[in-house]
Design a protein around this ligand. Structure first.
Ligand code: FES
Ligand SMILES: [Fe+2]
Length: 348
């Protein structure tokens, strides 16, 4: 793990789930990143985050990506309840200090119904989200249920994957059948703290009319008439077309430089009662299109040479790649300041 990945994991909040994914006691989501596993678990009504490692002999509580189960280590039966470890056949440990039998917990914080986890964040979640906090909380409010979880063992550095997601310059060459026909236009970039967003209208009039007509099926307040994507520093992205569903994407580094874990969870938006069947059809089509888009992005990202220097200050950026430049500047500033002062000033 490079020093900067360690710093990013340790010093920042990470958008990891929506409340609807962890609604019931026992609901869990398991993500992988360079620090091992990151488990989000509804522990009798309270969502906790921990590293999935049993403090006894290291058994992992969960191996599926998501589901509903009690957190019981299958090795010798230790379990998690009320944030604490319950030791099986406790009498056998009379000579031990069982206070040491604790979970490695991550800290958690909510922005509306979006869950963030952290190791030792250097600023509050509000500070980190800056002006996007309100927007994100409005989006989270519109989301009703998790649908699809799509995971790719991404054969590229996490940053190659994020940079790809930060620009639409590649849309015509890489997504000719999915995104390109929408003919995105009138696009604008915006920035808040370390985060950035992209909004664009749908230039294909027929598609735009069809999408606008679907608005009556949804009970939402944060919808944008077009395509929008928010990059939530450092590893997450929230994207949507018209706000009818949201793709929550995480681009997690692994311990290997040229490999990362990509997860997209498609989260459906609130449908007007009685129209669920219709929105279901739309969701099914969105899920299929998204899978194709993610596969196309993976194909091109894995093709990026390992020799290409992401930190070269002479890199060239199109006007539509300004958010990539902004990320490069941000990461360089963090690298420069890490030793002296991990509190990053706003890099704008
Ligand atoms: S390793 Fe988990 S109970 Fe022993
Ligand atoms: Fe793409």
């Amino acid at each position: 793990m490079s020093a900067s990945v360690e710093t990013l994991i340790r010093d920042y909040w990470h958008l990891v789930a929506h409340r609807s994914e962890l609604a019931k006691p026992g609901d869990f989501v398991r993500l992988s990143w360079a620090a091992g596993d990151l488990v989000l678990y509804n522990d009798e009504g309270v969502v906790i985050a921990f590293d999935n490692v049993c403090p006894h002999r290291g058994g992992r509580f969960f191996v599926e990506d998501r589901g509903n189960a009690r957190a019981i280590c299958p090795y010798h039966g230790w379990s998690v309840r009320g944030g604490e470890v319950r030791v099986a056949r406790r009498e056998q440990f009379s000579a031990c200090d069982l206070k040491k039998a604790v979970l490695n917990r991550y800290v958690t914080a909510w922005c509306g119904d979006f869950l963030f986890a952290g190791v030792a964040p250097v600023m509050s979640l509000e500070q980190q989200l800056d002006a996007f906090g309100t927007r994100l909380s409005d989006i989270a409010h519109d989301i009703s249920a998790p649908r699809d979880l799509y995971k790719i063992d991404f054969q590229a550095n996490w940053r190659v994957a994020v940079e790809n997601a930060l620009e639409a310059y590649h849309v015509n060459s890489i997504h000719p059948d999915t995104l390109a026909p929408m003919a995105l236009c009138d696009d604008t970039d915006s920035y808040a703290g370390l985060n950035s967003a992209f909004h664009a209208r749908v230039g294909n009039q027929r598609t735009a009319r069809g999408l606008t007509a679907l608005r009556r099926f949804f009970d939402i307040r944060a919808g944008f008439e077009g395509y929008c994507t928010y990059y939530i520093f450092p590893f997450a992205m929230v994207s949507s077309t018209y706000g009818y569903s949201y793709s929550l994407q995480t681009f997690f580094p692994t311990a290997e430089q040229h490999r990362s874990w990509f997860y997209s969870r498609l989260l459906s938006s609130r449908a007007v009662e009685g129209t669920e069947t219709f929105s279901e059809t739309l969701l099914t089509a969105t899920i299929a299109a998204n899978h194709q888009i993610f596969d196309e992005d993976h194909e091109i990202c894995r093709r990026v040479s390992h020799r290409y220097d992401l930190d070269n200050p002479e890199r060239i950026y199109a006007s539509s790649e300004e958010r990539v430049r902004f990320l490069a500047t941000t990461l360089q500033a963090i690298t420069d300041q890490a030793a002296a002062n991990p509190l990053l000033k706003r890099a704008r």
